[in-house]
Design a protein around this ligand. Structure first.
Ligand SMILES: *Cc1c(COP(=O)(O)O)cnc(C)c1O
Length: 383
């Protein structure tokens, strides 16, 4: 297919002339951002104390249908805490998908646990419940209520699926597999604010889920993350750990365990409140862009547009096209990027990176298939 046609379509969508650079995903500020930021500065509460942190947590809990949300300084350390709160310890094993952003695997490593990388489903680009069950049936046994790897002797403590580019994984099936094998489930919903599986928000199917508000995500706080809980006691523990495990007291400084400074500053939360007020508009707009791409790529030979899976409503965070093969992918990446339209291949698979190349894996058929073909195309909101 003529790549020029695709570039023209993208330029058309973004109302842009041919010398104007189109980024992959730029944030939009169309609400109360400046007003709330000014309010922070006027009040002097710009740091880790202030009303916007509480307000943002409440707004996110309400929007996602969680019992409680706890703000963090970014999504990666929200994930680190989620693993700690799930009881993941040094030398445990944690199952995740190889087709993910590095933060997922890094957070597992921060706990001293060792990732196990499994394949994704063709329909979701996320961790496959079948692949997970199959690997566990060959490698795991349950002893005294915990799951152990029969080859390494290590405990398999948790499983971290990721909702790739906002497309929900088969989360209900993963819940079942994890229950059967006595494994904690933690959803990396960093990319999927506004994505639902069977009407339930992603990140709320497990005891702990996390969101990210980095600059390129669906909404941003500059940098930021959020932990989602259905268990209030666990949420209270999370708040404690994010604030250096300080025992609340008006003036005394007493800490009762090793904690972290993972708090989101008020100034970031202020932006978050303003952004979340516009979430419906943002999601509606992203869906319209996705629909236009979908229509355009319909019946185009050798390229397909990746649509939301069955039973799911996706936020269409980053739109995905799947090229015929690696050669086409590389040619299109070269053409689009040298013509001022930013496009990107999917991440290199985790188990191929030097720090993870000795980790356990299983069949990677679908992950490799996506790795060679996926291209992200511009997905910013157009107002
Ligand atoms: C963005 C992202 C995170 C968290 O990123 P931060 O930049 O630390 O907020 C984690 N996992 C995935 C899959 C992500 O895309």
């Amino acid at each position: 297919m003529d790549y020029k046609l695709i570039i023209n379509k993208i330029r058309d969508l973004y109302n842009s002339s041919s010398d104007y650079f189109i980024p992959l995903h730029a944030p939009v500020f169309c609400g109360n951002e400046k007003k709330y930021l000014n309010d922070c500065i006027d009040s002097t509460f710009v740091s880790s104390v202030g009303k916007y942190v509480d307000r943002f947590e409440e707004m996110i809990a309400e929007y996602t249908g969680s019992q409680k949300a706890v703000a963090c300084v970014n999504g990666t350390n929200a994930l680190h805490l989620a693993l700690l709160l799930s009881g993941v310890e040094r030398n445990d094993e944690v199952i995740t998908q190889s087709l993910t952003f590095i933060a997922t695997a890094n957070a597992i490593s921060y706990t001293g646990a060792i990732p196990v990388f499994l394949d994704v489903d063709k329909e979701t680009m996320g961790l496959s419940p079948k692949a997970t069950e199959s690997w566990l049936s060959k490698n795991a046994e349950i002893k005294k209520g915990s799951c152990f790897n029969i080859n390494t002797g290590r405990r398999i403590k948790a499983c971290v699926p990721m909702h790739t580019f906002g497309h929900p994984v088969l989360i209900a099936e993963l819940v079942e597999v994890c229950e059967k094998y006595k494994i904690e489930l933690i959803e990396d919903a960093a990319e999927s604010l506004g994505s639902f599986y069977k009407g339930k928000h992603t990140g709320t199917f497990s005891k702990v889920g996390i969101l990210s508000f980095n600059g390129n995500k669906t909404i941003t706080t500059g940098g930021g993350g959020m932990l989602l809980f259905n268990d209030l006691a666990l949420a209270a523990k999370a708040k404690h750990l994010t604030t250096q495990a300080k025992v609340p007291h008006q003036w005394e400084f007493v800490h009762d365990e090793i904690g972290y400074n993972y708090r989101m500053p008020n100034i970031n939360a202020a932006i978050g409140c303003a952004q979340l007020e516009k979430i419906d508009l943002i999601l509606e707009n992203k869906r319209q862009i996705a629909n236009q791409y979908k229509e355009f790529f319909n019946n185009k030979e050798g390229i397909s547009f990746f649509s939301e899976p069955k039973n799911a409503r996706s936020n269409y965070w980053l739109n995905v096209i799947v090229m015929a093969d690696k050669i086409e992918r590389d040619q299109f990446l070269e053409f689009s990027n040298s013509n001022g339209v930013m496009t990107r291949p999917i991440w290199k698979l985790m188990h191929k990176l030097p720090m993870f190349e000795n980790c356990q894996t299983d069949s990677m058929t679908n992950s490799v298939w996506f790795e060679e073909r996926v291209v992200n195309i511009p997905s910013s909101v157009v107002l």
